[in-house]
Design a protein around this ligand. Structure first.
Ligand code: 13P
Length: 250
């Protein structure tokens, strides 16, 4: 049985004066039962969020990582730095990073290997654009992204990996994939995992859905057999909305 994971990707939003109180409100609302809950703020906000959720079941993650351990890499943050800051997870290969910062399947693979080495849980993002979907290439694109990201990842490590299916056309657009559409791709990903790692591993990997998830559609999406949680953008910045999504995962 896969425990659901509801992760908030705060993207480039909030200051520490706002992030701490929001994290605390969310942590207070979560209680001790229910799904796993994760907040992924910008690097500078990690300490404020970590302190606000200390002693609660809410975990803290980063939105990016670099693969080198240290050195002359201006602007980058290493795996060890994320652990040191209190992170348990890291989002890798978000479509916004692929689109605006040139991330590729190869860089996603390197970052994933780096995270696994220090016991950071990677949340690997995949998803097709609207053009790719309309051209009937969704399955091929997802296969290519998944196989690229997971090259060299062994079955033992795969058990610690989380995958997020985020159709690019649904991110920040208010246009959500229907539960059936999302389930179809989640099932495809799980079948891919089964073929590579076997049934036992495939049944344990959590596959999150992301793209305009909100209180109003969360229950239907999370009710699908292969949707194991959400990677939530905009709605995770509103305590009531995020809490309702967490409640829908109970
Ligand atoms: P929205 O929930 O704002 O569509 O963003 C989804 C997302 O990109 C999460 O990583």
């Amino acid at each position: 049985m896969r425990t659901k994971l509801i992760a908030g990707n705060w993207k480039m939003n909030l200051t520490s004066g706002e992030a701490g109180p929001l994290a605390k409100t969310i942590a207070d609302a979560v209680g001790s039962d229910g799904p796993d809950v994760l907040l992924c703020p910008s690097f500078t906000l990690i300490p404020a969020v970590r302190d606000a959720v200390d002693g609660t079941k809410v975990q803290v993650g980063a939105q990016n990582i670099f693969w080198e351990p240290k050195g002359a890499y201006t602007g980058e943050v290493s795996a060890e730095m994320l652990i040191d800051a209190g992170c348990s997870h890291v989002i890798i290969g978000h479509s916004e990073r692929r689109q605006y910062f040139g991330e590729t399947d190869a860089s996603v693979q390197r970052k994933t290997m780096t995270a696994l080495k220090v016991d950071l849980i990677p949340i690997i993002c995949v998803g097709e654009t609207l053009d790719e979907r309309e051209e009937g290439r969704t399955e091929a694109i997802i296969d290519k992204q998944i196989s690229g990201a997971l090259t060299g990842i062994e079955a033992d490590d795969m058990l610690r990996v989380v995958i997020a299916y985020e159709p690019v056309w649904a991110i920040g657009t208010g246009r959500t994939a229907t539960p059936d559409t999302a389930q179809e791709v989640h099932k495809q990903i799980r079948t891919w995992l089964k073929n590579k790692y076997g049934k036992d591993v495939a049944e344990q990997v959590r596959i999150l859905y992301g793209g305009s998830m909100k209180a109003a559609n969360a229950a239907d999406l999370l009710g699908q057999p292969d949707i194991d949680g959400g990677l939530v953008g905009g709605a995770s910045l509103k305590a009531d909305e995020f809490k309702a999504i967490i409640d829908a995962a109970r």
